[in-house]
Design a protein around this ligand. Structure first.
Ligand SMILES: Cc1cc2nc3c(=O)[nH]c(=O)nc-3n(C[C@H](O)[C@H](O)[C@H](O)COP(=O)(O)O)c2cc1C
Length: 196
């Protein structure tokens, strides 16, 4: 059993965060969940009122998933994931807003998600960033480049058309599966390309 931080920030694509938590839990991993206030607003608009608070997020999962989640409050800079002494195997920010990308690229640890990302980088642990914006400005690209330079994996939520996805769920599973690949975690969320 490994332990992963799942950070959810206010970009579009909240269903990706839900599927990410489910996938890690189903693989038997422990999840340190942290959700920004921007994410709660976006999630309420995209997924409904049952995602309007962090506690409601956790409660929306079935018991077997909920049991694997520890919720960190966004304003709690004294939470466990704010310290490098708390051991985790990696962190994913899914989806990741440009505001959060900018903050992390500047070393600005002013909420629990940003601080956890800063800690993940300084401890040289895997950090996967799933940035969602379109188009990217030069500022966005520069900030993402800074994160890539210090070892973060920049994994944009882009479908693999060559796998002929039949539904949005298949696309979402592909993106979540790519995050699991970045963590080197075996899964069968999508069929791998086997050549022609
Ligand atoms: C419905 C909705 C969709 C949004 N989509 C994006 C997005 O795709 N990318 C982005 O960078 N910001 C997006 N935003 C703006 C962010 O939520 C906003 O910049 C927020 O301050 C991000 O803060 P956070 O990173 O702390 O969550 C969206 C906001 C709303 C309400």
């Amino acid at each position: 059993m490994n332990r992963y931080i799942v950070g959810v920030s206010g970009a579009s694509g909240m269903i990706l965060a839900v599927r990410m938590v489910q996938a890690l839990a189903h693989l038997g991993h422990h999840i340190e969940l942290v959700i920004t206030s921007g994410a709660l607003y976006t999630a309420t608009l995209e997924l409904g009122k049952e995602y309007s608070t962090a506690t409601k997020w956790v409660d929306s999962f079935p018991e077997e998933v909920k049991n694997k989640i520890h919720l960190n409050l966004i304003q709690d800079l004294g939470c466990m994931i704010a310290s490098g002494t708390y051991l985790v195997d990696g962190m994913v920010i899914i989806p990741c807003s440009m505001a959060t990308v900018a903050a992390i690229s500047m070393g600005l640890g002013d909420n629990a998600l940003r601080r956890a990302a800063d800690v993940t980088l300084k401890e040289k642990r895997p950090l996967v960033v799933v940035p969602r914006e379109s188009p990217f400005s030069e500022i966005h690209l520069e900030n993402l480049w800074k994160l890539a330079k210090v070892g973060a994996t920049i994994l944009p939520p882009i479908p693999a058309w060559y796998l002929h996805p039949k539904s949005l769920e298949e696309v979402e599973n592909f993106i979540v599966g790519k995050v699991l690949d970045a963590f080197r975690l075996p899964h069968n969320l999508f069929q791998r390309w086997g050549g022609n």
